[in-house]
Design a protein around this ligand. Sequence first.
Ligand code: OAD
Length: 250
Amino acid sequence: MDPMNPTPPSAPTRLSDVVPADGQTRIVALTGAGISASAGLGTFRGPGGLWTGNPDLEEALHARYLPGNVPLLWQVWGGLRARAQAAGPTPGHRALAVCGTTIITQNVDGLHQDAGSAPVIEVHGSAARSRCLDRRCGWHGQSAYAVGAPDPPCPRCGGPQRPDLVLFGESLDPLVWAAAETAAQCCDVFLAVGTSAFVTPAKWLVPIARDAGALCVNVNIDDMPPPADPFHVHVIGTADSVLSQWVADG
Ligand code: OAD
């Protein structure tokens, strides 16, 4: 419990206590690394997180070090899509797909699409795609790394390719952000799953949804609410167990 925030969060044991999986309620889910944890893809923060163990790596991947850090970007993100495909979607991904939930994801692993969810708004880009390092060239397409081979030079200009991801220090695609904001403003329930809700601007979607009248529910294994807790309700548990139970209760 946060000593600065002594009000205990309400913590129902079941998601179905607060959110009906009835197909009528408009539900938007903001997902983060925690929903892919059981696929073995790892998280960023907290115990075992990529940034927790390698704070220098987080800094080294910043956009300010382009183009010098492109080989490092490939080292970190290159194999991710292939690993995700090999593991397949988790029960958490599958449950959200079964419920027809609109997905806004910070993940770049493509597992929501693999589970059959649509639409999937990828606010941080996709490890399945590459783009030319030179924005003026503008080429983008499927990453060869996604199918297990290093990316060749850009087919349009011959320059280097980079993963089509949003790096620290880069802005989100404005059209993608507009779609995320609209989805957050047009739902009855805004469900955060497996995210620390730490990174801007994605974390702002919670208060955006809340201000628009949505019930904001957080599903996380961590029982510590984020500072200035924007959620109405916390359901503590793994994404797989909480979401699978939710579908079973529906
Ligand atoms: P984080 O690593 O910041 O947070 C993962 C959250 O998932 C934590 O709150 C964990 O407690 C929770 N968690 C872990 N395992 C879980 C499980 N099995 N079930 C439910 N919850 C679980 O990951 P994100 O919030 O996704 O950005 O991080 C946001 C962004 O920060 C990422 O997209 C990435 C990173 O820097 C970029 O690379 C641009």
